[in-house]
Design a binder for this molecule. Structure first.
Ligand SMILES: Nc1ncnc2c1ncn2[C@@H]1O[C@H](COP(=O)(O)OP(=O)(O)OP(=O)(O)O)[C@@H](O)[C@H]1O
Length: 673
């Protein structure tokens, strides 16, 4: 008959684990009975040998043991089978070690530390303890029920096991040591080997991951340094060592004070404000040092970027913007003029540049609205960021929304794979210039308004909200207040755009600028020394320049093409028809209509259509405008027809009925022809 071994534990949980362990080692030679004091023992335990699992329950357990039974108190050892979970706890993390009493909690911590599991900060916890700070991890040897509530990660390594010296003592008691020890110790060894393998695997993985991170960090051109709260180096890369001229191998674990002597550098690393950058000279080269902290890990990271590299990067970025055309070409120095008016506006515009508010620029066509928008951007804090100019008069109505706001893949037939960024996204961080804003349809106006209010865009066909930080400069050569009155322009959008305001006077109101501009344009073409007859200057200064500076520039281009490059005489001036009969503008009411080629074209076109007994429609007008080289979208035609109707020159029929000239209109066209 098998001899009997009785096991007495405190809890049922420990009972199950220890009984299984004993069965595994010596169950074939001994009959094992087990009792837990917590469950209550209702018999006298008589066995050849009684093992009490811990001295803490000795008093309670011994009461139930028969007088003849021999008793030993088992020695216990932590169960390391879940060691990888403990190793995966982050470095320096606070971890509660929860056990049923103070002694065992401290004992277990000591065991772990002796075993080298000392990468974490253990806090002993047992019944009666109060939790003084928030912790994310707890480890317990089978005492999950004592772990305070609310801890995110609880690692239960299971009850401590009976150690091998106790197993040997049991075998000795039964005179089985010689026969059984070899097979038992080989079982134990195989467990140890299993554990060693696990550790080797973890260590291998960790080494691989570490080497990978080191090679990534070494591949970065900048210097990287990480220190803990005490200034102990926790990470660095080879470039950092190079630029600091450090020769000794591994500096991890060293205090930064031992490594760096330079006062400024040390001050910034140890006492500089978080999330700041500073330029510091290190061995004749300048570096931009940037400091930020990894709050979770209580680590401060400092990157060292050479100023030379930063400038190169900036150049590349600018080049990228240039190659995409998203840059502002002009500065205030490019705005030529000696008149009080233009210099006054330049002064005001400079002041407005410094604020970040929207600006509305009004002025006739060719007065330099885009020039001013560009100069404002370049004078503002956003100067190194994109400047994206959108001209609504040249954007077909059907494309306006997708170009402005972008679209997602599959948003409509013909949408590009991967979708497309809109102008607002492209301008992020910089300025968007909305030219000819008066030509925008009401539908687009309301979407524009939303983007400006919410400071975010949603691509067409998308559901992602993209925050945008863009300054808006809008320009128009139309009378926006008139458009608002007629319900063609939203009042709320008008006020959102016209926070700040610039009005550029037409060139005819500042004739002193004409000569300055002529000289500037000639100089631009390398003809600064060319002689200009007084007669020519007189003529050019007396003209109305209804096409403003653009028209003057075109005239100078014409003159340069025909003159002998030494002198400009009256014969080099274009014929009057070149100026579209613009000089003789006296009739104020109709002046704009007469002088603007596009209005003139519309009136003439309606007249031609009427001669054929038909009515002109917006579509037919837009088609023939295209054929004649006028860039007029249907929306632009709609706006111009409204103006013409207001002047009583045309009569519109509701719906698609078309447009005809009134008697006044016919008379006007005849005058113009
Ligand atoms: N003060 C100035 N100095 C130098 N060049 C100027 C000046 N004003 C305008 N220009 C030139 O005149 C041309 C027209 O200017 P710009 O395109 O800025 O006018 P705009 O008012 O935006 O015209 P539109 O309303 O037709 O879009 C450009 O070639 C610009 O460089």
């Amino acid at each position: 008959m098998k001899k009997t071994l009785a096991l007495i534990t405190g809890t049922d949980n420990t009972l199950v684990t220890l009984k299984e362990q004993l069965e595994n080692y010596i169950g074939d030679i001994l009959s094992i009975k087990a009792f837990a004091t917590d469950e209550g023992i209702n018999e006298t335990i008589n066995a050849d040998l009684v093992i009490i699992s811990t001295s803490l329950i000795y008093e309670e357990a011994i009461k139930h043991v028969g007088k003849t039974s021999k008793v030993i108190i088992g020695r216990r050892v932590l169960n390391y089978s879940k060691i990888e979970k403990i190793l995966s706890i982050p470095y320096k993390e606070d971890v509660l070690f929860v056990n049923d009493c103070m002694e065992t909690a401290y004992d277990c911590i000591e065991c772990f530390e002796k075993l080298g599991l000392n990468h974490i900060n253990y806090i002993p916890f047992y019944p009666g303890c109060k939790l003084s700070k928030k912790v994310k991890y707890a480890i317990t040897p089978g005492e999950k029920n004592i772990v305070p509530k609310g801890i995110e990660n609880v690692i239960d390594i299971g009850p401590r096991l009976i150690d091998m010296t106790t197993i040997a003592e049991i075998l000795k008691e039964f005179n089985l040591l010689d026969d059984k020890w070899e097979s038992i110790s080989s079982k134990y060894m195989s467990k140890i080997i299993e554990l060693a393998k696990k550790l080797a695997l973890i260590s291998n993985e960790m080494t691989k991951a570490y080497n990978h991170i080191v090679s990534v960090m070494d591949g970065v051109r900048d210097g990287i340094l990480a220190i803990d709260n005490e200034g102990i180096i926790t990470a660095f890369n080879e470039n950092l060592k190079c630029l600091l001229g450090i020769r000794h191998g591994n500096i991890i674990g060293k205090n930064i004070r031992q490594i760096i002597n330079d006062f400024n550098l040390r001050e910034f690393i140890l006492n500089g404000k978080e999330d700041t950058s500073k330029i510091i000279k290190i061995k004749e080269s300048e570096f931009v040092l940037t400091k930020f902290s990894l709050k979770e890990d209580r680590i401060t990271v400092i990157t060292f970027k050479s100023v030379k590299d930063t400038i190169e990067l900036e150049k590349k970025y600018r080049y990228e913007l240039y190659s995409r055309g998203y840059y502002a070409k002009y500065t205030f120095d490019d705005i030529v003029g000696v008149s009080k008016e233009i210099n006054n506006i330049k002064d005001i515009a400079k002041k407005l540049s410094l604020s970040d508010l929207s600006i509305l620029i009004e002025g006739e066509s060719g007065t330099g609205k885009e020039l001013f928008a560009s100069a404002v951007h370049n004078y503002s804090a956003r100067k190194n960021k994109p400047f994206v100019a959108v001209n609504f008069s040249s954007l077909p109505e059907s494309l306006v929304e997708s170009e402005l706001f972008g679209y997602e893949e599959g948003a409509f037939t013909g949408a590009l794979k991967g979708g497309k960024m809109g102008f607002f996204e492209q301008a992020n961080g910089g300025t968007i210039f909305l030219d000819e804003i008066g030509d925008v349809s009401l539908k687009v106006q309301s979407r524009l308004l939303r983007v400006l209010q919410e400071k975010e865009v949603m691509r067409i066909g998308g559901n992602r909200i993209i925050p945008i930080d863009v300054r808006v400069i809008a320009a128009t050569n139309q009378n926006l207040t008139e458009l608002v009155k007629k319900g063609l322009f939203r009042m709320d959008l008008y006020h959102r755009l016209k926070v700040l305001y610039i009005n550029i006077p037409p060139l005819r109101k500042r004739p002193e600028d004409v000569i300055a501009l002529i000289k500037y344009f000639l100089c631009e073409r390398g003809l600064e020394d060319i002689e200009i007859d007084d007669e020519v200057l007189k003529k050019l200064c007396s003209m109305q320049w209804t096409g403003n500076v653009r028209e003057l520039r075109n005239t100078i281009d014409y003159i340069i093409a025909v003159c002998d490059k030494k002198n400009i005489c009256i014969n080099d001036l274009p014929q009057d028809s070149f100026f579209n009969g613009l000089e003789a503008v006296e009739d104020k009411e109709y002046s704009d209509i007469e002088v603007r080629g596009d209005y003139k074209f519309i009136l003439e076109n309606i007249y031609e259509v009427m001669k054929k007994g038909q009515r002109a429609t917006r579509l037919s007008l837009s088609k023939s405008a295209k054929e004649k080289g006028f860039n007029l979208t249907e929306q632009m035609i709609r706006n111009r027809l409204d103006e013409l109707e207001k002047l009583g020159l045309i009569s519109k029929t509701k719906g698609k009925g078309g447009t005809t000239l009134t008697c006044l209109g016919i008379e006007k066209v005849k005058q113009m022809l």
